[in-house]
Design a protein around this ligand. Structure first.
Ligand code: ZN
Length: 129
């Protein structure tokens, strides 16, 4: 049984799930009015894997995929975001290394680094909410 409210109605359902139980960004983060995320992805020794990706509440997913085709990993940005929401943080910068492994080699630890900047605008809680 899903709880519906006006905010979640504004979001379509194409976005990937969050935390394995929420269909949309709005359901996963109901206190967020809008969000701006910039992720710089650096594949280090892998040429051509340096890029900047931008996300907002309409296209942010739980995981920013690793651009390395040999790597199934990525950066789980939703965990960072959840911590921000818990602490009511509006701005956060940081970096994370890829969670994945490249190819079959046990030494093939992925070196892709994700450097992120997250800006969150929270909903104003109305009196009587
Ligand atoms: Zn990777």
């Amino acid at each position: 049984m899903k709880k519906r409210d006006r905010a979640s109605d504004k979001f379509n359902r194409r976005s990937a799930g969050f935390f394995g139980k929420y269909d949309s960004f709005a359901d996963a983060f109901p206190s967020i009015a809008s969000i701006m995320v910039v992720v710089e992805i650096d594949g280090h020794d892998v040429r051509g894997l340096k890029e900047t990706r931008r996300f907002d509440q309409s296209n942010l997913r739980e995981i920013v995929d690793c651009p390395d085709r040999l790597c199934p990993g990525g950066f789980q940005i939703s965990t960072v975001l959840q911590a921000m929401v818990d602490n009511k943080e509006k701005h956060k910068e940081g970096s994370a290394v890829c969670s994945g492994q490249r190819g079959e080699s046990p030494l093939g630890v992925c070196v892709t680094q994700f450097t992120y900047t997250i800006d969150v605008v929270y909903k104003v809680i109305q009196g009587g909410e």
